[in-house]
Design a protein around this ligand. Structure first.
Ligand code: ATP
Length: 361
């Protein structure tokens, strides 16, 4: 069992504004009292008992911490310290001030493929590093790709949220059905043995969206999205890909491959001519091709709207749940029942893909 510091985090850090929220708590800016250095603190609510469904299992937090401790790379969010206080674990992590990559791009008037590739390259370097440590993120998506600052050229990609990540042990067979529908690989949906190739599928989806503003498998419901993924139903329609180079499409096609072992690895991606051009013609093609900015802005605005909508719905659900529990003066056993009722109202698919439905559909 991992041992975390038992001191009160507020004795050592001044707690500041909320930077973001996840399923199990908030992320806040903090200032270290001794040094004045600013960090981010991720407050995670821990489940109180085996029967409770509110909060995270301590084991999951321990796993996330262990993985973050194993990763030291400038494109991966760094972990500084971990505190435990009653039903909460607090991760002190590097403060990432530049916001989400997709928001940064959506502010621009236009972007060439070459400029987009500079960001993709850094994501791939972070992913390649994780995979070299046999760690797979399993939740790569725009919300988890941030920037260290919002001023070019002094900005680095930072991959965050290792809540779904897994470290593969040799000979181990690992299956999981977690993930965000739009971005998960077919083998996740089919509950087949997984590998680091799972992240490479997500990289294909992210690149597709970045270039076109279209999500390749998005259906009207999560079920339809999952069916589209398993059926490999995607295309480069002329209307959205008119400004895209053939090399970019080839790059995506080599990632959106159903058989995980036939997908490009992160290292292979970094050597693909679209990322690392070998000839002047290839360089020129990347400079001439651009991302479909109009549609990308539309995609991003819709994504942000859905994130806010889901956050409000989640808060409302929680408030209703708390009110119901208070007025009925439920005892612990009844409270548990109350929590599981809430989950039963989810669709079958959403309960399978429990943690990450939020911003996806
Ligand atoms: P989820 O439920 O989506 O898994 P989570 O509880 O694991 O979320 P994160 O995704 O790690 O939490 O963080 C939630 C939000 O907080 C992020 O989307 C981001 O906006 C913000 N955030 C996270 N880490 C940092 C950081 N190091 N610096 C600045 N903001 C951050």
């Amino acid at each position: 069992m991992a041992v975390f510091k038992l001191e009160n985090v507020e004795d050592l850090y001044e707690i500041g504004e909320v930077l973001g929220s996840g399923h199990f708590g908030q992320v806040r800016e903090v200032r270290e009292r001794a040094s004045g250095v600013r960090w981010a603190a991720k407050f995670l609510k821990i489940r109180r008992g085996a029967g409770s469904r509110l909060g995270m299992e301590r084991k999951s937090v321990e796993r996330e911490v262990e993985l973050l401790q194993a990763l030291q790379h400038h494109n991966v969010m760094a972990l500084k310290d971990v505190f435990e206080c009653r039903a909460e674990i607090v991760l002190i992590v590097e403060l990432i001030s530049g916001g989400e990559l997709f928001d940064f791009i959506a502010e621009k008037e236009n972007l060439t493929e070459s400029e987009a590739i500079e960001f993709l390259k850094q994501i791939l370097q972070g992913v390649s590093y994780m995979h070299s440590k046999h760690i797979c993120h399993f939740d790569l998506k725009p919300e988890n790709i941030m920037l260290s600052s919002n001023t070019l050229p002094n900005t680095d990609i930072k991959i965050i949220d290792f809540g779904m990540a897994h470290r593969f042990i040799q000979g181990e067979e690992y299956r999981s059905m977690g993930g965000t529908p739009q971005y998960i690989a077919p083998e996740v949906i089919n509950y087949e043995p997984l590998s680091t190739a799972g992240d490479m599928w997500s990289m294909g989806v992210i690149t597709f969206i970045l270039l076109s503003g279209l999500s390749p498998f998005q259906g009207n419901t999560d079920e339809e999205t999952l069916r589209n993924i398993v059926g490999m139903l995607y295309e480069f329609d002329d209307c959205h890909f008119s400004q895209t180079s053939a090399m970019a499409k080839d790059f995506i096609q080599k990632l959106l491959v159903k058989a995980p072992n036939e997908r490009m690895s992160a290292e292979e991606c970094l050597n693909h001519p679209w990322i690392k051009p070998l000839t002047r013609t290839q360089v020129a093609k990347r400079n001439r091709s651009s991302i479909n900015m109009r549609n990308f802005k539309r995609f991003n605005a819709k994504r942000k709207w859905k994130m806010s909508y889901n956050m409000v719905s989640a808060c409302n659900r929680l408030c209703r749940l708390q009110l119901h529990c208070k007025t009925s003066a439920l005892q612990d056993e009844e409270l548990r029942q109350c929590e599981s009722d809430q989950e039963e109202s989810e669709t079958k698919t959403s309960s399978l893909l429990r943690r990450r439905l939020s911003s996806s559909s």
